[in-house]
Each structure stands twice: as structure tokens, then as C-alpha cells.
Write a protein that binds this ligand. Structure first.
Ligand code: URA
Length: 252
């Protein structure tokens, strides 16, 4: 662990003790928040001194201060990960606790399932690009655990980073995971059960809406897994990936 992570762990431990003693609020001055910014590590170390357009975009996103409520609770900006020239890009909702800690999208339980889906397609996380609508973990005022969906305002504030990311990666196909991702990209309210499996278009790029892996974890239904897998088979056909008979038959 680096010095930053050591300091973070110590701070979290200290705050946990204060919370156990009944303290509910901590006052932090704007100067301290600014100082913390300069000490932040690069997300996952992957954009250290990266002068590529995506690296530069990441640096700008890291410096964004548009959502003070999110900045005060999140650990770091979770920009995105994967192949900057990927044919296939997955878009999720927002970082959860694991992603916030590790600086990489989809590394928690839902992320592990997404990784399994990607690998079952015959790809690896390094072949695709993965990002979220929100780059910062949504705060949960009054609660210390759990997640909440991004607000419409937070989405509108943050989604321009994703637009720029997509412009730079130029994927052949986008997969939007869940209602928030589909709605955020298409800029409208969607019923995911109605949109799932139906090709949409995002700025001339084919977009496949599917269920979020967290939904599959919660639902634990073979039939719902098959729906997502059929969406992935459709995507594989679109980007001309080979499909074996074994792959066609999963979750039947
Ligand atoms: N869920 C998301 O939508 N994104 C992540 O990065 C992790 C969980």
C-alpha cells in the first residue's frame, strides 16, 4: 500500500471511531478539500503522466469539482478502464464502494459478474472499455452503507465526461447496463424491461440496452441471465466475434 492509501485507511479508522462515539458530522474547510485534491493518486495508476487524449481527459475529470456533496464523501474519481481503441464499450451507473476504493469501475460483486460475462464472450477486460455515467460514488446522506441511484442533476452534470470518453474511444458498439446507463446515454427516461435487447442509437453508434449485473445477482434467475446472454450474443454478432455452439447454448 502507498502512503496515500495508508493515510486514507488511518482517516477511515479515525472517523469510524468518532462515529461509534456518536459523532455525526465532520467539518472540513474548502482549503482542506483543495489540499486533498493535490494529494489524490491517479485512478488505478493507469494514467500516470499519460499524455494521450484519454489520459488528458482523465486528468480534467479528476480536477472536476462540480458536485461538492459527492466530493466530500467519495475517495477518488473512477474514470474508466480498458482498451482506448476498444470495439466494445460497457457503460454502467456509478462507482460503488469497491470501485471508489480501487479507482476502477466494476470491481465489486456486480463487476465480477460483468468480468465473467466479458470472458464468456471470449474477451478480457483489457479488450473492452468500461466506464460509468457518474465518475464519483453517490453519497448516502444519513447512512454509512449502501448505494443510491444518481439524481437527474448529477447525471446531467457528469455525463459530458462520458460523451467525451466515447468520442475518443469510438467503439463500434455500446452496451448500456441498466436503466440509469440507458437513460443517461439516450437522455430520456426508459423502462429497462421494454428497452432491453432492442438496438438503440447513440450518436450513430449502435447501443444495446441490457440488465445491470447487480440485477442478475439480486434476481438469481436463469431466465433473466439468458436474456442478458442473448443480448451479448447479438452484440457479438454485430462486432463479428466468433460464436461457438457452446456459447450459443449458455443458460438454456
Ligand atoms: N455498478 C455500476 O454501475 N458501476 C460500477 O462501476 C460498479 C457497480
Amino acid at each position: 500500500m502507498g502512503a496515500y492509501e495508508d493515510l486514507l485507511e488511518a482517516t477511515i479508522d479515525h472517523l469510524s471511531v468518532q462515529r461509534a462515539r456518536g459523532q455525526r458530522h465532520v467539518t472540513v474547510s474548502p482549503d482542506k478539500i483543495d489540499a486533498l485534491f493535490t494529494a489524490l493518486p491517479e485512478p488505478n495508476g493507469q494514467y500516470d503522466a499519460d499524455e494521450t487524449p484519454l489520459g488528458q481527459l482523465c486528468q480534467r475529470a479528476i480536477a472536476c469539482k462540480k458536485c461538492p456533496n459527492l466530493i466530500s464523501t467519495r475517495t477518488q474519481v473512477v474514470f474508466g478502464v480498458g482498451n482506448p481503441q476498444a470495439d466494445l464499450m460497457f457503460v454502467g451507473e456509478a462507482p460503488g464502494q469497491d470501485e471508489d476504493r480501487q479507482g476502477e469501475p466494476f470491481v465489486g460483486a456486480a463487476g465480477k459478474l460483468l468480468t465473467k460475462i466479458i470472458e464468456t464472450m471470449g474477451l478480457s477486460r483489457d479488450d473492452v472499455y468500461i466506464a460509468n455515467i457518474l465518475k464519483c460514488r453517490p453519497d448516502t446522506p444519513g447512512r454509512n452503507t449502501g448505494n443510491r441511484a444518481p439524481t437527474t442533476e448529477e447525471m446531467a452534470t457528469c455525463v459530458p465526461w462520458l460523451h467525451e470518453q466515447i468520442d475518443l474511444v469510438q467503439p463500434k458498439v455500446l452496451v448500456a447496463l441498466g436503466k440509469t446507463a440507458v437513460g443517461g446515454l439516450l437522455e430520456k427516461e426508459v423502462a429497462i424491461t421494454r428497452f432491453r435487447g432492442q438496438w438503440q442509437t447513440y450518436r450513430s453508434i449502435p447501443l444495446m440496452p441490457t440488465f445491470h449485473p447487480a440485477y442478475l445477482l439480486h434476481k438469481q434467475s436463469l431466465a433473466e441471465k439468458r436474456k442478458v446472454w442473448e443480448d451479448m450474443l447479438t452484440v457479438m454478432e454485430k462486432i463479428k466475434l466468433p460464436i461457438s455452439e457452446k456459447q450459443r447454448g449458455f443458460f438454456l
